[in-house]
Design a protein around this ligand. Sequence first.
Ligand SMILES: *Cc1c(COP(=O)(O)O)cnc(C)c1O
Length: 452
Amino acid sequence: MNKQTIRFVWQWININYEDYFETSNCVVANPLFKRDLTSFDGLIKTILKNEAIRQATTLNFIASENLVSRAVLEAQNNVFINKYAEGYPGCRYYEGCEFADELENVAIERAKDLFKCKYANVQPHSGSQMNQAAMLALLSPGDTIMGMDLKCGGHLSHGSTVNISGMWFKSVSYGVDPKTGLIDMNRVLNCAIRHRPKLIIAGASSYPRTIDWKIFRRIADIVDSYLMADISHIAGLVVSGLYPSPINYCDIVTTTTHKSLRGPRGGLILSNNQELFEYISDAVFPGLQGGPMINIIAAKAVAFLEAKQDDYKVWGKSVIENAKAMVGRFKNKKIDVVSGGTDNHLVVIDLRGLGITGKQAAAWLDRCYIVSNKNTIPNDLLSAGITSGLRLGTCACTSRGLKKEDFERIADIIADILLEIKEKGEVSLTLEVNTRREVLSFADKYPICYNV
Ligand SMILES: *Cc1c(COP(=O)(O)O)cnc(C)c1O
């Protein structure tokens, strides 16, 4: 069925299709379409409301999170929830995929245009799955992979022993220089020469500095390895030209769509290499996944369009400026940050000088309505559950509309809280109450306007 026949069919049964979903009798007759969430499942409705209130009344500094636009939120909530579309546009295993094809093709074209590359796969359900698909495409079990050490800021899916990537492949890792906090490219080279990995992964979840894709490429060429960049955290900055793009240096680029990119939860795989991309396609489906979530792909497409707008680039610039502004305030208060600063959206506070843990810091901040996460720092002596670091990101609050002065003020508040934990082992009731009050005044000044 194409668009023309759709119009024809509606005329034929004498219904104005524009009005159908407003006035259809079936809405009244069939309880399936009659009961809305509020009347049918008050418990879930209440939980959704409570989460909306939590988001609205706290300040979100989780570096992997963001705040989607109303259009993205709206786009994800759609009737493709009902549709199976195993396969790819033009070659599906089910009938009725004509609009799924159209939608997925739009998403693919927008992704290619946005990241300036030849091939894009928009089907991965998440970041971890996209990386598994890349490994399934390029490797056999037992092959050697080399990624950044989790403790230095790498991601679980880059070869951590507790992840399938570290269990099914022989995984070796490089790290950062503990003094500078920068990726030690000599160590990368030596590690690559010693272990001859079949795949080198560049990219991180907690690295505030610029990654030199070109040197990674040179190293990959020396040891004849595939090079993959995982730009999950920084994709939104890359597409605005605010952070170097790896696309021309890598065999494969992967990214989540829900972090700085500001889209729905999901993954995306990009490449300029036709042959590899065919392996990737087969790895995503049927290798790893079943039917794609076309409903989510709709929201991905909307997010890709948003990322092309002029105001998106302005937003990205502010994200980086705001992170730098926070670093400046922490330095004023003699609080250390890993690598001494930031080039992106992310700041990692080194808490060792204060003698407090990331677990303490994040828990106390959360009590004061400032939401962040504990994070290991390079050469951390504490476990991932305790940590000596606190990771902060500026994407969500910049999306919310907070200005540079606001970020500076909040950095001061965070510093005061950390210093008080250092002095007293806890946050005083006065500081807690005052901070909550001030956070709520920011929340009031910069509301989150969704229909929930
Ligand atoms: C977040 C992240 C992922 C994983 O994404 P999920 O959707 O949580 O599976 C993969 N790689 C990097 C670098 C990330 O930061």
